[in-house]
Design a protein around this ligand. Sequence first.
Ligand code: HEM
Length: 437
Amino acid sequence: MQDIEAIKQHEAALQRSVTVWIVTGLLFMLLPGTFLGAWNLISISDEHGAAHVDPAWIQAHGHAQIFGWIGAFILGIGFYSLSKMRGMAPFAISRAWTSWVLWTAGVGLRWATNLWRWHWRLTLPVSAILELAAFILFFLTVRGHRSEKGPGGAGVQISRTWIGIVVAGTLGFLLSLLANLAAALHSAFYGAGPAVAPGLDARLLALFTWAFPVVTIWGFSARWLPTFLGLSNPDDRLLKTAVVINTAAVLCALGAWWLPATALFAAGAITASAGLHIFARPERPPKIVGVHATFPLFVRIAYVWLVASACISLSAALWDRAGGLWGASRHALTVGFISTMVFAIGQRVLPAFCGMRVLFSPRLMFAALAFLNIGCFLRVGSEIGAYEGYLPALWSVLPFSAIIEMTAMTLFAVNLFLTFGQVPPHLRSQQKAAEVG
Ligand code: HEM
């Protein structure tokens, strides 16, 4: 009896900590991430070019989104789910909180340093060390994780390949933080300001996006999509091949060997989509209870963005003159693929992780996903036409795309905040029973 009570308390404490990680990620996404991104884009549109916008501000936005938002989500979900599977190690909770303090301080300090430059030669590397320390604590907590080979839902047997892919994404995360520290030290010793030099930044961004969130999302797609979308089980061989191709692509990108890198990104993206059977006919009906019925459609659209992003990056390697093709490919990846996947899968799983709740509003979920994809479509198309000078009239569309994407981000965050503010159904029925009693 006591054991059951202890397990319940441990589970509740894990749920509290994952909720705080998720709320922190949402705050980084909204304020330092999205609002600064929209501000940058409006300034770029006013000036018809990025030359007058401080690169430190652009990088502050990118860092807040990739590490502040996506990183916090991955760490929070990782602490929650892997600690649970490891048999409720008692130290997991205190480590999750310590890691959260280090991570929030590191990402917050990086953002403030890029904006205000206060003692930046010191604070820049300190922020990178704090982020790395938070990650190492996570790694020590969940390393050696062994998952049961169990059912992934009614009648679905999931192989363990997804774990290998999530581990590959976690290594990408670690390498990203190490590279971030090396770049911060380089800027601190030799730079004229906190911004990383443009050539190095472009190479680092390939690591920060393709090696870490993209691979991690492939892993979680292999785990959850057969159940959620009713897809047939992933083709393990194709998925492993996709990860190998993608790793080769990242290595080429780190060497600034852009043509082979982008061709390989496209090959990896197509192979991963084929391996996950994303566009194949489902074997079973999707599980859409509690979410909007368009959930499976948006997951498929996300994978269309993934392949589109890789193809645009290939055209950028061939023809980019003013950063428009590179910017559009990056945006198709970060907003089109990564954000659509997080909006779709996040609203499917996070209410349950954060206290066995149900999503506040499936309609808000649909609105957020629809605005996100409309905004992304306008942004990607206009960025190519405007920046590259093919169709200068498109400069006037860019601020609208920023406002539409900002609305999408806000709706997503509001839906989750309102979800976390609700009393979970099981507690509500307990309260009712107590009142009746
Ligand atoms: C309201 C939505 C967003 C707006 C308005 C926006 C705007 C911008 C702008 C103006 C740039 C400068 C480069 C360029 O002109 O393309 C940029 C770069 C970037 N954005 Fe966004 N963005 C948004 C959402 C996101 C999201 C959701 C992510 C990631 C999940 C992201 C990640 C990045 C990254 C990594 C960079 C490159 C930073 C660097 O150069 O180091 N952005 N964004």
